[in-house]
Write a protein that binds this ligand. Sequence first.
Ligand code: GLU
Length: 191
Amino acid sequence: MCGIVAYLGPKDAYPFLIKGLHRLEYRGYDSAGIALLNKKLSVYKTKGKVSELEKFISGSNLNGHAGIAHTRWATHGEPNTINAHPHLSQNKKLAVIHNGIIENYASLKKTLIGRGYHFDSDTDTEVLINLIEDIQLNEKTELEEAVRIALNQVTGAYAIAILSQDNPDSMIVARKGSPMVIGVGEDEFFV
Ligand code: GLU
């Protein structure tokens, strides 16, 4: 079963995220990944264990006061590094982690391909983040509203966390049918 950890606040996100990923390991997973927001979004992900992610990530600049992290249990697309989360939207300004299934992803993907989107992974998750980007750009809405509109078009059970390069002081989370816990500290949030 997959897992989500996220942090937004005054501290560096990475130590909390990596500790959280280790604590989720008992649930089982096939790959792990982290996105950190430090002016730009940086995504690090690997097939295999969290310890392999740590090896892969070592030596990188791991600063960032907002971050999302994931252990994946593949449902759409084989367990490999490309399909691992987080996934970026096409303009690379949004990153998402997702637990669950977007049941109508195939028809949404077809529509997005028709609108010029291309996909790196085989996941339903990458469809969701590009749908959100497409709505945000075309309806010229705030990200929060774009997420609301997108989730109204989606069927399935999910828990998601989204970071946006253009909104560095916020994180958007949502869930339906999947559990998610938010911890509220002093000016900081834990998922
Ligand atoms: N359906 C998504 C995928 O296959 C999320 C799987 C999960 O819940 O870890 O990537």
